[in-house]
Design a protein around this ligand. Structure first.
Ligand code: ADP
Ligand code: MG
Length: 364
């Protein structure tokens, strides 16, 4: 094999593979048969509620925790016998975990020193990292002289300094207030683009997951229940759980007489049969996911489903208003409409609302 071919083969291998990982703590199955892979340079987010197993998987990848079943491979190499320090992984946690007695620059240089980089090269790298996270002037400070957001930038610089094969981040913005969170989220996007590092990112915040990720793995009770690009998961949630978690979609009961036909469902609504996409394999327990933004007070296009609804409440939320509706055919629905299209004078009125069936889906 020529070196060129070998090179191509290596770079095509996934950076990280999780192969049927299971972890139990006594009777609790914290991680239940999780398989996924991360391409080189990819930004993958684990999104899920507290206790869904995200951190445990991250610890297993890093080698801080062993799994009961399954394998972790990094760039094709099985990690079973590798201690954490030999895995070539950078990590950032929620609570900065900087060394308080070292300067910012020494914190960033820590891993480089351990790897015995010569002083000159080390200094150049620290400078480069400080510039990357826009803290060029602050290398001499102590961590306690920095704000929370700045400390998290230093943690990021420290994690990236050795050019790890993999960067793991566990709720890194969790301790910051909203403005700082949005700010640092932008920074993380920029740094990921400019370094091309491969990232596994953990969060329970869906907006963060949607804004940052190439792909999102949705965790629920130790399992991955959805894995796709953000737009795809958002518009085509595989289950009702994912629809709720990602979009707060309405999940309406299916009326009697609903017929599932492969990947479509025919539903009789107000005397008319309407065809929806479907990922459900049975009608028992299935629901119609109706995104809040698929409902309009103004007529949309011809294919729209028009139904009568009583307006129970209108709440202004900034750019859009939330409207609580009561319909005869689909029960209670919540709509999000642009603010300029509504007013609270409609509370108590019965009016016609328009639902775009192309944005709805039958799910289990
Ligand atoms: P997440 O990061 O999604 O909030 P975790 O991975 O921390 O979830 O936890 C998953 C489940 O495993 C939870 O039920 C948690 O209580 C349990 N768990 C995690 N670590 C331990 C541990 N060291 N001992 C016992 N149970 C644990
Ligand atoms: Mg966690």
């Amino acid at each position: 094999m020529t070196p060129d071919v070998a090179q191509t083969k290596t770079s095509r291998r996934p950076r990280l593979e999780l192969d049927r990982i299971t972890k139990r703590y006594g009777k609790v199955t914290a991680v239940d048969d999780v398989s996924l892979s991360l391409a080189e340079g990819e930004f993958l987010t684990f999104l899920g509620q507290s206790g869904s197993g995200k951190t445990t998987v991250l610890k297993i990848i890093a080698g801080f925790e062993t799994c009961d079943d399954g394998a972790v491979r990094i760039a094709g190499t099985d990690m079973a016998r590798k201690p954490p320090r030999d895995r070539d992984i950078g990590m950032v946690f929620q609570n900065y975990a900087l060394f308080p007695h070292m300067s910012v620059a020494d914190n960033i240089a820590y891993g480089l020193r351990r790897r015995k980089w010569p002083a000159e090269r080390r200094r150049a790298r620290v400078r480069q990292m400080l510039e990357l996270v826009r803290l060029a002037e602050l290398g001499g400070r102590s961590p306690r002289e920095l704000s929370g957001g700045q400390q998290q930038r230093v943690a990021l610089a420290r994690a990236l300094a050795c050019e790890p094969q993999l960067l793991l981040m566990d709720e890194p913005l969790g301790a910051l207030d909203r403005a700082l969170r949005l700010d640092l989220e932008q920074e993380i996007r920029r740094i990921h683009r400019s370094t091309g590092c491969s990232v596994v990112y953990v969060t329970h915040d869906r907006d963060e997951a949607l804004a940052l990720s190439d792909r999102i793995a949705v965790f629920h009770a130790g399992r991955v229940v959805g894995l796709d690009e953000p737009a795809q998961l958002y518009e085509r949630p595989p289950t009702g759980y994912v629809a709720r978690l990602l979009t707060d979609a309405n999940l309406a009961e299916l009326p009697d007489g609903t017929a599932l036909r492969g990947d479509v469902a025919d539903i009789v609504l107000g005397g008319r049969t309407v065809r929806f996409r479907s990922t459900a394999t049975r009608t028992a327990g299935a629901r119609l996911a109706v995104p809040r933004t698929s409902i309009s007070l103004q007529p949309q296009h011809e294919g729209c489903l028009t139904v009568e609804a009583r307006v129970d409440d209108v709440v202004f939320l900034g750019e859009h208003a939330r409207i609580d509706l009561d319909t005869t055919v689909l029960g209670s629905l919540i709509a999000h409409v642009p603010m300029h299209q509504t007013s609270d004078r409609i509370i108590g009125e019965t009016l016609r609302i328009h639902i775009d069936p192309a944005r709805c889906q039958v799910v289990i």
